[in-house]
Ligand binder design. Structure first.
Ligand code: SF4
Length: 472
């Protein structure tokens, strides 16, 4: 029985409600009157339900599909402007006791080289990341209570925050580790993490159990209820996502939105971010084996529909996507991207080993960070390394109320420009710097308040003079 407020996974991700929604959408995908109603509601920028979202996804009418695309762009622009926040993943260890069929870190893979970074190796990785210009990381480890216990993750977070190399610093560490206990989430909260990220992979319980045949991750309820424990432990910002290509995209889109509705219903604030990864090739993994791959066009439509359904939630796209695919979806709703990612353990510091077989998946966008920054600038985006909200305690409902009220527009543009300026001063190539300076000058003039413009001009001058780390 569907109950978004329930604490039980199979009640807030109710299988029957998903099946009924899919049937409803099949019947109504070309019901012009209903689609008109949904789009009118969506235009208010307050979101739509999972059932309404799947109807939009099913719609085949070219005119309406254009309207869906335009609306997604408008919503993205309204809440997130042209800023794109940049981050990088940092793989700490590929030891794992789970049996996930889509991941080469699974326990039975005997050919992959197992590696866990020491604190000294983490320091080298962080320095390499800081030397590129990164300020925000997403920590990744396999699940292994012996090799990667929570103490190891906590110590690593401490190490990362402590490293100040030249003008560099990692200012926000997001954490993507396996579902864990309330007690461990409290420890992560105390360690000062940014977002806790955990992908559901698939919301379909039967498929989930088949895809995770062994290990603690097999427990659907433990995994699906993880965000409840994390939020109960005081972690304000959580990031959800599914791995598209494993199971039916229709089922998983509905499940994903129901999960967001559940968090909103219980905690008064939905997920901070939604990620949209697609299964990729890796050592002993062939994405075609799952038979649920989706085209780039469909993928873009899914991004647009999520943008419309949950207008306030940040959306993330990683280097699992090619440059072209990333370009396609940026305007439709993406607010964060990874750049110059290395998905192997220790690959940033030891470049020659970056392609060794500790890699979790094949990266489709291999460009260096400077190229990614320049690419974004050339397309009219403002690459941002901002972490100010997190460091000023604007997280959870405090962040969401800023987004909902539109007040974020008074904060983000200035911060993004200052972090871009820091990047240009410290890390950019001459070509990137020259485009970046032009973009900063243009964007500065678009800040409506003369008083804020003045302040930002003064801060930019200070950055030029060598000062760093402004938070507003
Ligand atoms: S997806 Fe995570 S839990 Fe599963 S095998 Fe890979 S690292 Fe382990």
């Amino acid at each position: 029985m569907y109950n978004p407020k329930s604490a039980i996974a199979t009640e807030f991700i109710d299988n029957q409600e998903i099946l009924d929604s899919l049937e409803y959408a099949q019947k109504n995908g070309n019901n012009r009157e209903l689609i008109r109603e949904i789009l009118d509601k969506a235009r208010e920028c307050k979101g739509i339900s999972h059932r309404e979202a799947i109807v939009l996804l099913e719609c085949e009418d070219a005119e309406y599909n254009k309207e869906i695309e335009d609306l997604a762009k408008k919503i993205k622009e309204k809440f997130y402007g042209n800023r794109i926040v940049i981050f990088a993943p940092l793989y700490l260890s590929n030891y794992c006791v789970n049996g996930c069929l889509y991941c080469p870190y699974h326990l039975k893979n005997e050919t992959i080289r197992r590696k866990k970074l020491s604190q000294e190796e983490i320091e080298r990785e962080v320095i390499a990341l800081q030397d590129m210009g990164h300020k925000r990381l997403a920590l990744e480890t396999g699940e292994d209570p012996v090799n990667n216990p929570i103490e190891y993750v906590l110590e690593s977070i401490k190490t990362i925050y402590s490293i100040k190399h030249k003008n560099g610093a990692i200012r926000r560490v997001n954490v993507n580790i396996a579902a864990t206990s309330l007690e461990n989430y409290k420890k992560l909260k105390d360690a000062g993490i940014g977002t806790y990220i955990l992908f559901q992979e698939t919301y379909n319980k039967d498929s989930y159990e088949k895809l995770h045949p062994t290990g603690p991750k097999h427990d659907y309820a433990h995994h699906t209820q993880a965000m409840d424990r994390a939020m109960e432990a005081g972690i304000d910002d959580v990031g959800i996502g599914v791995l598209f290509g494993l199971n039916s995209y229709r089922y998983d889109l509905v499940g994903l939105l129901m999960h967001a509705e559940h968090l909103e219903a219980v905690f008064g604030v939905g997920p901070h971010t939604i990620s949209v990864p697609r299964v990729r090739s890796a050592e002993d993994i062939n994405p075609d084996d799952f038979g649920n791959g989706i085209s780039d066009a469909l993928f873009a439509k899914i991004v647009a529909v999520i943008r419309i359904a949950v207008p306030y939630t940040g959306m993330i796209i990683s280097t699992r996507e090619s440059e072209q695919s990333r370009k396609n979806v940026l305007a439709l709703g993406i607010s964060q991207i990874s750049g110059a990612s290395c998905t192997s353990v220790g690959g940033y510091a030891e470049k020659e080993k970056a392609e060794d077989n500790t890699t979790q998946f094949e990266v489709m966008d291999n460009r260096p960070l400077d190229e990614v920054v320049q690419w974004l600038l050339n397309m009219g985006y403002v690459p941002s390394f901002c972490t100010a909200c997190y460091r000023q305690n604007r997280t959870g409902d405090r962040f969401m109320s800023l987004v909902k009220s539109g007040q974020i527009a008074n904060i983000c543009p200035s911060n993004s420009l200052m972090t871009l300026k820091e990047y240009l001063e410290d890390y950019a190539s001459e070509a990137t710097k020259s485009i970046g300076e032009k973009v900063i000058a243009e964007q500065l003039e678009l800040i409506p308040s003369e008083k804020i413009r003045e302040k930002v001009r003064a801060w930019l001058e200070k950055i030029r003079g060598g000062e760093r780390d402004f938070r507003v």
